[in-house]
Design a protein around this ligand. Structure first.
Ligand SMILES: NC(=O)c1ccc[n+]([C@@H]2O[C@H](COP(=O)([O-])OP(=O)(O)OC[C@H]3O[C@@H](n4cnc5c(N)ncnc54)[C@H](OP(=O)(O)O)[C@@H]3O)[C@@H](O)[C@H]2O)c1
Length: 302
């Protein structure tokens, strides 16, 4: 199977590479902006590409004729997407439009990664099924919902995997994630303020990577919800980071969303029903503390 991976320098992308390089029967082509940051770059084919360079995307499809594309590349910083809407749409919507056309042309199965932020998060319990309607509260969510709509209306074979608040460690990460940020700040003895009225199901990047690969191998079709097994506030998540690594919890202050004034509005509560993904993609997410233990082992070995 020939698998093309976009966003290969990102958190999800690097975890997918970690798994796929162990499959000798997979011909893996990875793309990212600039140089490959994964240290095992001799074990896959690397094609540098800006996702907004549609001619380049077309060249890569023509050259490698992938059976499956796992599209993990995206503009993911929510506040930047709010401020730079045109740039956000170019990557998160227009590049997807192009990828869909190429998938139709080359008969490539598309595994697309989407987000809980397509929902408004206003439900009392926060839980969403795959069939629920999107209603984003910020531009990032809107761009990802537009991409989903393009895919759903296309003639290609597709799966959309939506996920929530990824955490994990990777090589040369261009941006941090909540778990690493809290850990590092507390280790440095810094006071931090963490939002206490936004609820999420934190997802170990390895778990999402495994679900993407399962969807690719099976050429699964439809929408799948992929997240960690437990819903918690971001404040609770920070406290559990402190507990796990025996750091000073007193350094963590609480703030509510109204006072925090993030540039882009956030959905208050997002959590997923994951039974369909468990059944059809053999998804079996780690608990939060199991995830932390995996991070700890990786941080020691890096
Ligand atoms: N992280 C989360 O909490 C979260 C939650 C829900 C859904 N998701 C979705 O999950 C997917 C993977 O997210 P992630 O956490 O792995 O994000 P990430 O670490 O930010 O990775 C995304 C990658 O896309 C690349 N990229 C951005 N613009 C590009 C362009 N114009 N051309 C080529 N590459 C470009 C980035 O490159 P650089 O590294 O060079 O900037 C980055 O490596 C995304 O679709 C995201 O929307 C993530």
């Amino acid at each position: 199977m020939r698998i093309l991976l976009t966003g290969s320098n990102g958190l999800l992308g690097q975890k997918i590479i970690d798994i796929l390089v162990q499959h000798s029967d997979i011909y893996l082509i990875a793309t990212a902006k600039g140089e490959a940051r994964h240290p095992l770059s001799e074990k896959f084919i690397f094609e540098p590409a800006d996702l907004t360079d549609f001619g380049r995307l077309s060249e890569i499809f023509e050259k490698h004729k992938p059976d499956v594309i796992i599209h993990g590349g995206a503009m993911t910083q929510v506040d930047i997407c709010e401020d730079e809407r045109e740039a956000c749409d170019k990557v998160n919507v227009e590049a997807v439009r192009e990828i869909v056309k190429l998938c139709e042309k080359y008969n490539t199965h598309l595994v697309h990664i989407s987000t809980d932020f397509i929902f408004d998060g206003s439900r009392e319990d926060g839980y969403y099924h795959e069939t629920d309607e999107g209603n984003p509260v910020n531009h990032y969510g809107l761009s990802k919902l537009k991409a989903e709509t393009l895919i759903r209306n296309s003639n290609c074979s597709w799966a959309i995997l939506r996920t929530i608040l990824l955490y994990g460690v990777v090589y040369g990460l261009s941006r941090s994630n909540i778990v690493l940020w809290v850990k590092k700040s507390l280790e440095e003895g810094k006071n931090i303020t963490v939002v206490n009225d936004q609820y999420r199901c934190p997802t170990l990047a390895e778990d999402l990577a495994a679900a993407c690969i399962s969807a690719a191998f099976k050429k699964a079709t439809g929408i799948y919800h992929v997240c960690g097994p437990e819903k918690m506030s971001i404040f609770e998540l920070a406290a559990r980071v402190a507990d796990f690594w025996h750091l000073d919890k007193n350094l963590i202050g609480e703030i509510d969303s109204l006072s925090l004034k993030q540039r882009a509005k956030r959905p208050p509560k997002t959590a997923f029903h994951i039974e369909k993904t468990q059944k059809e993609l053999n998804y079996n997410p780690h608990s939060l503390e199991e995830g932390f233990a995996i991070l700890e082992a990786q941080l020691r070995s890096f």
